[in-house]
Design a protein. Structure first.
Length: 335
């Protein structure tokens, strides 16, 4: 069986959310691959060194998988990919950054060095697949992000209450303050409306949100980071999932909400319109349009049958992302 070196941000043990590298590494291991996953250092300098040393230490690996993001995380992928080239290693960037199309435009030479020399580039969304094709890359393969669908019990909601759930890291890029604006406006129609925000603080946004909630005079339940099993259990107490991000690709938390039967209202940024059919599998609104998001939430509450049908369609879509459905695509790539 093949030996894989997987490079990414393995930081759930440092108080951050579980990332793709952790779930996908476990799935590869179950399929019989020998996987080394790096790195668990929170300090970015130490993480970079750990990643580069891993490429040297495990240079006999058959493939190097690289989680690739669009902002500061891009430089991890750039450095690792160039070291792989030096050693003649087959490397596979897994494209996650919702803002990667801008990176392609702004840094075409650097991107060609990374993506043009890759064995394959894995695009988990048609949004990124099309963006990379447009930029002239042909060494592409579409493999969606995956879920283990059995971990997500589907709960059908016959009537919706104005109880909102938000799950993401607190970071300005995910626009968490918008969720508080949504709650504040929603309470004008439904004074009993609630908001629970789940996730670790990445850039100080959690404290800013707490201050903003006080300023808006609304009560928000902040849980901090929760293990996946705990927030899945918590989700049963809420009726609508909101996603407020400025940039996105294929957000796993949205996929998970769909699997659980939570109707989703999300901004239509990045890969979201490629992932979800508006008014069929989710309700999509413009970036930062909290008024539009409230209108969508009210529409779902006042039309429970529509919400129920949407949730069922979303669950069917989520089932297509199950690991047992997707794993053969990975096996073909790594054969």
């Amino acid at each position: 069986m093949k030996n894989l070196l997987y490079i990414g941000n393995k930081l759930s043990g440092k108080g951050l959310n579980t990332t793709i590298i952790e779930t996908l590494s476990a799935q590869f291991t179950k399929e019989g691959y020998r996987v080394v996953a790096v790195s668990g250092f929170k300090n970015p300098v130490l993480r970079m060194l750990d990643m580069l040393l891993a490429v040297i230490r495990y240079r006999k690996s058959d493939f190097v998988l690289i989680d690739t993001y669009s902002t500061s995380g891009f430089w991890f992928a750039f450095s690792v990919s160039q070291l792989c080239r030096l050693f003649g290693k087959k490397y596979i960037p897994i494209l996650h950054g919702g803002n990667l199309p801008n990176r392609l435009q702004n840094n075409p030479k650097l991107c060609t060095m990374v993506f043009g020399n890759a064995y394959k580039n894995v695009a988990p969304s048609h949004y990124l697949l099309e963006a990379f094709k447009k930029a002239g890359f042909s060494n592409l393969v579409f493999i969606p992000n995956t879920l283990e669908i059995g971990q997500y019990p589907f709960l059908e909601r016959t009537e919706l209450q104005p109880k909102l759930l938000w799950v993401r890291a607190f970071d300005a890029i995910y626009n968490p303050k918008m969720a508080i604006d949504v709650l504040s406006l929603l309470q004008k129609k439904f004074p009993e409306a609630q908001l629970c925000m789940v996730g670790p603080d990445r850039d100080g946004s959690m404290e800013s949100c707490k201050d903003y909630a006080l300023e808006k005079n609304v009560a928000v339940h902040f849980t901090g980071r929760l293990p996946k099993t705990e927030w899945i259990a918590l989700a049963a107490a809420y009726d609508i999932f909101i996603n407020t991000t400025h940039f996105d690709n294929t957000p796993v938390s949205v996929m998970e909400a769909m699997a659980l039967g939570l109707p989703v209202v999300t901004t239509n940024v990045g890969g979201i319109p490629f992932l979800l059919k508006n008014n069929q599998e989710a309700m999509l609104v413009a970036d930062n349009d909290f008024v539009g998001m409230v209108d969508a939430i009210v529409s779902l509450i006042e039309n429970p049958q529509t919400a129920k049908e949407m949730a069922r369609k979303a669950r069917i879509k989520a089932e297509s992302w199950d690991w047992n459905v997707v794993k053969d695509q990975w096996k073909n790539l790594l054969s």
